[in-house]
Design a binder for this molecule. Structure first.
Ligand code: ADP
Length: 417
């Protein structure tokens, strides 16, 4: 796009690949994220002093923080993301659910609004039937969720969930919904611009999870019929048009027994967006930058074509350490995104994900065969990773069958023993 890139980094990331590749790099503080990547004033001064026009917040840290988005705009910079008020509205999951419902999107059955009175919440749980799930209104990253199977445990678990939410998210507000057994996690990618255009780019299936965190993502989903895709897409577009959404965002659903239910909105780009880029040919990051600069989306709904199959495996480090050998695989339909190189030291400070391996093919079987070959060829020596688990998933009968739910990993690991 001909745009100069400026990257910020903490002292722990001084030798990271983005720092080496960017046009300019600015250090914003010591390793702990509270002193660097989460320190708004450092980020804003780095942007202003380096002469930046806009801020792309990435996928983690402050990327869904409405206050940070406001600070960025106050400093006269462009925020590459939706309006701060939209982030705030969707960041509160209770509000988000109410808003989705208001726009006619089916939501996960549960107690409407947040839990105010424990006894009333227990009554609601008894009525909807167990299991139920208690979730933090400000939660994220698979954290702040507690399942209750026995009515006797409800009040105690509610208390624990609320204090955990307070400790982790500085907000003890929790809400209550029906716990769906072994559902599918299916999400729709959305793009919107400041001219009122909103398009959806089909779904990603992220059912393969570990502790409620995504491990493998694919598109299309084996459970989404053309009719369901159309309905989900239309629901998503209606909601995002209502929000006057500008930028990239995702609407997450749980699917069970042929029905889908709204779970939450992620008002940012997600880790797994390459899967959608591969099947649609749309560069989501480029569209984010285009619409943030006031341009119209480069694509109309009628021109969106879902072609072929794509899958992403997240490669996670199980411990920090020095990379003694790294060689990413290649070939047709293979995409690897990573900050690793020979001799790089993976720090203990941040998220454990060190690489994303994405494969594209015409069919699911071909794509998974390609992923198997690529994971075999990926050389990553020096730190323990989950590549062996990813290979097991990709080659397991249950994953290959396309008939599974969010507890698929438990089945795969049990088959082993
Ligand atoms: P986070 O924002 O922390 O990722 P989500 O609300 O997106 O949390 O939920 C993450 C995962 O937790 C889902 O993909 C699903 O596996 C599980 N989950 C959340 N709510 C429910 C529910 N009501 N029933 C069953 N599983 C759920």
């Amino acid at each position: 796009m001909g745009i100069t890139s400026i990257v910020v980094y903490s002292e722990a990331d001084a030798h990271s690949l983005p720092v080496r590749l960017a046009d300019k790099a600015v250090c914003i503080g010591p390793p702990p994220s509270s002193s660097s990547y989460l320190k708004m004033e450092n980020l804003i001064s780095a942007a202003v002093l380096s002469g930046a026009d806009a801020v792309h917040p990435g996928v983690g840290f402050l990327s869904e923080n409405a206050n940070f988005a406001r600070e960025v705009e106050k400093a006269g910079l462009i925020w590459i993301g939706p309006h701060p008020d939209t982030i705030a509205r969707m960041g509160d999951k209770v509000q988000a659910k109410l808003t989705a419902k208001q726009y006619g999107v089916p939501v996960i059955p549960g107690l409407e609004g947040s839990v105010e009175d424990p006894e009333a919440a227990k009554k609601a749980a008894d009525e909807m039937g167990y299991p139920v799930i208690i979730k933090a209104a400000s939660g994220g990253g698979g954290k702040g969720m507690r399942i209750v199977r026995d009515p006797e445990d409800f009040i105690g678990t509610l208390r624990i969930a609320s204090s955990e939410a307070q400790a982790s998210f500085n907000d003890g507000t929790v809400y209550l919904e029906k716990y769906l057994e072994n559902p599918r996690h299916v999400e729709i990618q959305i793009l919107g611009d400041s001219h009122g255009n909103v398009v959806h780019l089909g779904e990603r299936d992220c059912s393969c999870q570990e502790n409620h965190q995504k491990l493998v993502e694919e598109s299309p989903s084996t459970v989404v019929t053309p009719e369901m895709r159309k309905n989900m897409g239309e629901d998503a577009v209606r909601l995002f048009k209502g929000l006057e959404y500008c930028g990239a965002g995702t609407i997450e659903f749980l699917v069970t027994e042929g029905a889908y239910y709204f779970m939450e909105v992620n008002a940012r780009v997600q880790v797994e967006h390459p899967v959608t880029e591969m099947v649609t040919g749309v560069d989501i990051i480029m569209e984010q930058i285009r619409v943030a600069s006031g341009l119209e989306l480069g694509i109309r709904q009628e021109n969106v074509r879902l072609d072929g199959y794509a899958v992403e495996c997240r490669v996670n480090a199980k411990a920090p350490g020095k990379i003694s050998d790294y060689l990413p695989p290649g070939g047709y339909g293979v995409r690897v995104e990573s900050f690793l190189y020979n001799g790089y030291s993976v720090s203990p400070f941040y998220d454990s994900m060190v690489a994303k391996v994405i494969c594209y093919a015409q069919t699911r079987d071909e794509g998974l065969d390609r992923m198997n070959r690529v994971l075999d060829e990926l050389i990553l020596v020096g730190i323990p990773t989950n590549i062996d688990i990813q290979k097991k998933i990709i080659n397991s009968k249950i994953f290959r069958s396309g008939e599974y739910g969010t507890d698929v990993l438990t089945h795969i690991l049990a088959e082993e023993d």
